[in-house]
Design a protein around this ligand. Structure first.
Ligand code: C2E
Ligand code: CA
Ligand code: CA
Length: 278
């Protein structure tokens, strides 16, 4: 069940949650998916990225920087991801039911530690089977550096997912640029340019040159291109002229809990329909 939440202030310190706090948060079901839209330049929505939050009563909303690396370190990412994923599918199913003619994508972040588990892909297929969603709607995001380090088990899980119709995206692309050739072992469908490239690109010649060459590479390999971290119109204009297609950033919408992103979507869909009629 999706919890009815409104914004709470995030914690402001940089402290990591302890193993016990995370285990307690998982057991108490304090896991909350935030959804951030991914849009085309004309305002149409392609889909949403799910970003994990913990909604801990004594702390408020806790961002992933405070718990994901701890989860990996203590081997407790699996139960957190499983609960997050199921809640995210609840949301996607609701969108499918509300907007019958659209099939929005749902992008989820995965770590190599999950892909080492040989049951991972089967669990994902079984879980998706319980929902009124299409396999093609799901996109698995793996960071470029993790993709470069993928071993046999990880690649095996990824190729089973892809054969089943699930898309693979290389996240934070550009941060491991010098080792791009090591990615050839992995088949993927999408590339997400790291937000360090988008931010301030309109006034930064070096970023512009890097972006131009990254866009060429991505197009040559026939992958979809998503640019994240766009916060202002000047950067958006530059990226559009440079050939970027799908955008994710605060300029369009911050990550929000389901009920709030659903309201945002309703207004956006209505606005696009109104524009199309005029
Ligand atoms: P990411 O996958 O690169 O996600 C994008 C991050 O950029 C999110 O931070 C998002 O809130 C932020 N962002 C989006 N648009 C803008 C913008 O215009 N400006 C700026 N400054 N930031 C923007 P968030 O939610 O704090 O997540 C941080 C990272 O935590 C994610 O980076 C991802 O690597 C990791 N993460 C989040 N959820 C999960 C999860 O369920 N599993 C795993 N393994 N990692 C996760
Ligand atoms: Ca991501
Ligand atoms: Ca990213």
């Amino acid at each position: 069940m999706q919890r009815n939440t409104t914004y709470k202030s995030p914690i402001i310190n940089t402290e990591q949650l302890s193993k016990e706090e995370i285990i307690e948060a998982i057991a108490n079901d304090y896991i909350l998916p935030y959804f951030q839209p991914q849009v085309y330049i004309n305002g149409h929505v392609r889909g949403f990225e799910v970003l994990a939050r913990l909604d801990i009563p004594q702390r408020g909303i806790v961002r992933p920087a405070h718990f994901i690396s701890q989860c990996i370190k203590y081997g407790i990412l699996k139960p957190l991801f499983q609960k997050l994923f199921v809640k995210s599918l609840d949301g996607l199913e609701k969108f499918n039911q509300t907007y019958e003619h659209y099939k929005y994508t749902l992008s989820v972040n995965i770590s190599n530690s999950q892909l080492k588990d040989s049951d991972f892909s089967q669990w994902l297929f079984d879980t998706l089977g319980n929902y009124d969603v299409k396999l093609e709607q799901l996109i698995i995001e793996l960071t470029e550096s993790q993709a470069q380090e993928s071993g046999a088990n990880e690649l095996d899980n990824l190729s089973r997912l892809r054969l089943g119709g699930i898309k693979i995206s290389i996240d934070d692309f550009g941060t491991g640029f010098s080792n791009l050739d090591t990615l050839t072992e992995l088949e993927f469908d999408e590339v997400k340019l790291d937000r360090s490239f988008a931010h301030g690109v309109s006034g930064d010649k070096v970023s512009q040159i890097i972006i131009d060459s990254l866009i060429k590479i991505v197009k040559e390999i026939n992958a979809e291109l998503v640019v994240e971290g766009i916060e202002n119109i000047k950067d958006l204009n530059f990226l559009h002229e440079a050939g970027c297609e799908i955008y994710q950033g605060y300029i369009f919408c911050r990550p929000k809990p389901f009920n709030e992103v659903a309201r945002w979507l309703e207004v956006t869909v209505r606005h696009c329909a109104f524009k199309a009629l005029n």
